[in-house]
Unconditional design. Structure first.
Length: 179
């Protein structure tokens, strides 16, 4: 039997702190608000608004690193336009589009002490006039399919939830499209 003195001298490890059972999710800060979870990267047909593909990443993953993966999932023919939000704006992404012979439709992003030029503002306005279909689709996924929060834990289950919601959305849109 150990004495109290022997128990005090023994060093113990503090318990590890976990915020959730979901080890795939992580934190991101938007403005002053922290968010924990995942982020969806969705590709949408700019003409009709059908969901073409997408995937889920942890919330802390930078959007600029995911454009290449979205393009790879689609297998776009050469000369196709790729319209993207300014979250995807980077020199690397623009080079990827050039290497794959795709047309650049990535919005320009202002930086500190470097505002947008008048030409870049006009280009952004033209791109946003096409991208509204994408924003409508994402808004519908959030409102009608409750895709604001993940129902499941893990990236694989999140990808499956995105695919199921996308199929349901496309089927419903196709019925309305035909009528």
């Amino acid at each position: 039997m150990k004495t109290k003195k022997e128990e005090k001298t023994k060093t113990t490890q503090p318990p590890s702190i976990t915020y959730s059972d979901d080890t795939d999710a992580n934190w991101i800060r938007k403005g002053n608000r922290p968010y924990y979870g995942y982020k969806a990267h969705v590709s949408v047909d700019a003409k009709d608004g059908f969901i073409l593909g997408g995937h889920i990443t942890p919330a802390g993953t930078s959007d600029t690193t995911e454009l290449e993966r979205v393009i790879d999932e689609l297998g776009l023919p050469e000369g196709s336009y790729v319209f993207a939000d300014k979250r995807y704006a980077s020199a690397r992404n623009r080079d990827i589009l050039i290497q794959r012979n795709l047309r650049d439709g990535i919005m320009y992003k202002a930086a500190r002490n470097r505002p947008l030029t008048p030409t870049q503002r006009i280009i952004n306005r033209l791109i946003s006039s096409v991208r509204y279909k994408v924003e409508q689709t994402i808004g519908t996924l959030k409102r009608a399919y409750h895709f604001i929060r993940m129902r499941y834990k893990g990236l694989a289950k999140g990808d499956m939830e995105l695919m199921l919601n996308s199929m349901a959305f496309n089927l419903k849109k196709a019925v309305a499209f035909v009528e």
